[in-house]
Write a protein that binds this ligand. Structure first.
Ligand SMILES: Nc1ncnc2c1ncn2[C@@H]1O[C@H](COP(=O)(O)OP(=O)(O)OP(=O)(O)O)[C@@H](O)[C@H]1O
Length: 258
C-alpha cells in the first residue's frame, strides 16, 4: 500500500538529516504505529505519505505510484488525516465538517447527507442530536470522534494519525483508540499512527516502528519488540509498560500492607 524506498530528508542546511535512508513497506490493512523520542522523525515520515513533506532522496510509493508524480491536493482527498488539534471549521456544523471532502470530490448532496448520518452513528454521536451542532458545543473527545468521521468520510483506504488522542483524558483516550481499532478492522483501512504512548502502541499496532535519530531502530509486532528487542534503546522503550505495571503493583502491595 505504502513503501519508503531509501528515503532521506534534510531540512535546509541541517547537517543531520531528519530521516536517514529509510526503507519500510506498509501492507494493505495493516495498523502500523510509530514511536520514538521527540525529534526522531515521526512526523516527517508521516507527512511524506500525503506530500505535506517531500523527500530529499529516495521514493515514497503509494499504491504502486511514486507520490511525486501525484497531485498533492488529489492525493490528500484519498488519504484520511487525523491530528491532535482536530482542526474542525468552527462556524460549520458537524455535518458540514464531515462532508467537506465528499463535497470537494463532487458527491451529490443526498449521498453526502446519507454518509454523514452513517458516520455520526458509527462514531457514536446520534445524528439527530449532533448533526447541526458546531464544534464548540462538543467535548474534546467528541470533537476527536468528528475528526475521525471527517477523515474517513470519503472512504479513504489509508488513514494517517498524528497523536490523534494525545490531548484527551486517559479513559476517553482508551475508549476512543479501541473504537478506532474496531473501525480500522471493519472498514479494512490501512492506518499509520504516531503516538508517544508505548502502551497505546502495544495495544493497537499490528507492527510498531521505533524511530531514533531519523532511522528505524526497531520494527516488528509488539510481541517481537517486547520479547526480542534489536538493541538496548528499543528494549528500554518497550520495557516501560512492564516496569510501570511493576511499580504500580509494588505501590498497591505497600498500601495494602500498611
Ligand atoms: N520545517 C522544518 N525545518 C527544519 N527542521 C525541521 C523541520 N521540521 C522538522 N525539523 C527537524 O527534523 C527533525 C525531525 O522532526 P519531526 O517533527 O519529524 O520529529 P518527531 O519525531 O515527529 O518529533 P515530535 O515527537 O516532537 O513531534 C527534528 O530535528 C526537527 O527539528
Amino acid at each position: 500500500m505504502i513503501a519508503f524506498d531509501a528515503v532521506t530528508k534534510r531540512y535546509g542546511d541541517n547537517v543531520r538529516p531528519a530521516l536517514d535512508n529509510i526503507s519500510l513497506d506498509i501492507q494493505s490493512g495493516e495498523f502500523i504505529v510509530m514511536v520514538g523520542q521527540s525529534g526522531s522523525g515521526k512526523s516527517t515520515l508521516l507527512g511524506m505519505i500525503n506530500r505535506l513533506i517531500d523527500p530529499s532522496e529516495g521514493v515514497v510509493w503509494f499504491e504502486g505510484e511514486d507520490v511525486q508524480h501525484l497531485d498533492p491536493v488529489l492525493l490528500r482527498r484519498h488519504i484520511g488525516y487525523v491530528f491532535q488539534h482536530v482542526g474542525l471549521f468552527p462556524h460549520m456544523t458537524l455535518a458540514e465538517n464531515i462532508g467537506i471532502t465528499p463535497r470537494l470530490l463532487g458527491w451529490d448532496e443526498a449521498r453526502i447527507a446519507a454518509r454523514t448520518e452513517e458516520l455520526l452513528t458509527l462514531v457514536q454521536l446520534p445524528p439527530e442530536q449532533y448533526r447541526d451542532r458546531i464544534p464548540s458545543e462538543l467535548s474534546g473527545g467528541q470533537r476527536q470522534r468528528i475528526g475521525v468521521a471527517r477523515a474517513i468520510a470519503a472512504k479513504p483506504r489509508v488513514v494517517l494519525m498524528d497523536e490523534p488522542f494525545g490531548a484527551l483524558d486517559l479513559r476517553t483516550r482508551d475508549a476512543l483508540s479501541r473504537d478506532y481499532r474496531k473501525l480500522h478492522e471493519a472498514l479494512q483501512l490501512t492506518t499509520v499512527m504516531i503516538t508517544h504512548d508505548v502502551i497505546e502502541a502495544v495495544l493497537l499496532a499490528d507492527r510498531i516502528a521505533v524511530l531514533q535519530d531519523g532511522r528505524i531502530a526497531g520494527l516488528g509486532t509488539p510481541h517481537d519488540l517486547v520479547t526480542n528487542p534489536p538493541n538496548d534503546d528499543v528494549r528500554a522503550l518497550m520495557d516501560m509498560p512492564r516496569q510501570q505495571a511493576e511499580r504500580l503493583n509494588a505501590l498497591m502491595r505497600e498500601s495494602a500492607a500498611s
